[in-house]
Design a protein around this ligand. Structure first.
Ligand SMILES: *Cc1c(COP(=O)(O)O)cnc(C)c1O
Length: 369
């Protein structure tokens, strides 16, 4: 869809990357690090300054006590953290439970590890999982419950009851919880609760985050894993032969970002929330039914009220019809279960205000067809 946007000159609300730079202090710190010669292999577990900043961050925001030398691992983005974790934990035939739709890498990684992917559906517009369906999906065959909250593509923030049920089921069936929290700071009036803070969760949870979304540095690929030393060590054993190390000068820069004052995090979230509101209003004015996301970069809209039953077809036509690109939600579900998501389209709002205003204006052309 990004290629389609480039080819047609349409506004790219497909891929979730910001079109503005993040905080100057973070960018300057990377330039300074390069100038100061931080250009060779960093330590395998990550630069000490970043590991300390990650541990401080977990304490400051969530009251979690993390040992920066044994319970933190720096990775090439959340993507490598996910890959190394899945490859470390999942053997042939092991089951991995995720919600559906899911962030696209999950399905590919589980397949690559030889695992069996079980899913629990989230339904438009409130995306709250059915707890009986969750109970039914987790069994003694489950090796990993892979949770993503705030969630991509839906923008849902899992409620406390669902998180508690995940912990209860993981304990009952001796599964590991892997949690992808890359949108932890991009919430809109809802508080993010890391699942690792729940009673009984820490000892069986691998928590994953990244600087990419929080600091608008998606190209830097600085992510991290936190969790009990034994789990972190097994992830490190895989990372050792994936990338070995990554992003030397970007690591101290993300450390600077993690140490920014509370106001930075609050302002970033409220600026993004205002963008969400512009795009959501534009989609509604164009005739879509919108699920207002509680967090993240994306809004999911239903094209059925506009007379489109097939979101994929709409996404192919959107550049011509409205000069905008989106991604069909069916890209994030199993091919056999596309029907339930057929008319849904994901749009990114992590774009400049002018771009969103223009997109909202262009989308009204759809209503006029
Ligand atoms: C963007 C994203 C990632 C990838 O993070 P990187 O740090 O860029 O590798 C992982 N999970 C979710 C849910 C995402 O949206």
């Amino acid at each position: 869809m990004s290629a389609l946007a480039t080819r047609t000159g349409a506004l790219n609300l497909g891929q979730g990357f910001p079109d503005e730079d993040g905080p100057a202090a973070v960018l300057d710190a990377a330039r300074d690090a390069i100038a100061a010669g931080v250009n060779q292999y960093p330590p395998g577990i990550g630069a000490p300054v970043l590991r300390a900043a990650i541990a401080d961050h977990q304490r400051r925001w969530y009251g979690l006590d993390v040992d920066p030398d044994r319970e933190v691992l720096v990775t090439a983005g959340a993507t490598e953290a996910l890959a190394a974790t899945i490859l470390a934990l999942v053997d042939t035939g092991d089951e991995v439970v995720t919600f559906e739709p899911w962030y696209d890498a999950y399905g590919a990684l589980v397949a690559r590890a030889g695992g069996v992917h079980r899913t629990v559906p989230l339904r438009f517009p409130d995306w709250r999982p059915d707890h009986d369906a969750l109970r039914a999906a987790v069994t003694d065959r489950t090796r990993v419950i892979l949770v993503n909250s705030p969630h991509n593509p839906t923008g849902a923030v899992l409620d406390a009851d669902t998180l508690a049920l995940v912990v209860e089921l993981a304990a009952r069936h001796d599964a590991i919880i892997v949690t992808d929290e890359v949108y932890e700071h991009l919430t809109f009036g809802v508080r993010h609760t890391p699942i690792a803070t729940l009673p009984g969760a820490w000892e069986r949870t691998v928590s994953i985050s990244s600087g990419g979304k929080t600091f608008s540095t998606t190209g830097w690929k600085i992510g991290w894993v936190t969790g009990p030393a034994a789990l972190v060590t097994s992830v490190l054993a895989v990372k050792q032969y994936l990338t070995y190390v990554n992003g030397a000068p970007f690591q101290p820069a993300i450390a600077v970002g993690l140490g920014l004052p509370d106001a930075f995090f609050a302002d970033t979230a409220s600026a993004l929330r205002a963008k969400r509101d512009v795009l959501a209003a534009g989609l509604e004015a164009a005739g879509f039914a919108v699920s207002l996301p509680g967090a993240g970069y994306f809004v999911v809209a239903d094209a059925a009220p506009l007379g489109y039953a097939d979101g994929t077809e709409l996404c192919r036509e959107l550049p011509d019809r409205a000069g905008v690109v989106g991604v069909p939600v069916t890209a994030f579900v199993h091919p056999d279960r596309r029907a339930a998501y057929a008319s849904l389209v994901r749009f990114a709002f992590c774009k400049r205000r002018e771009v969103l205003d223009e997109a909202a204006e262009r989308l009204t052309r759809l209503a006029a067809r």
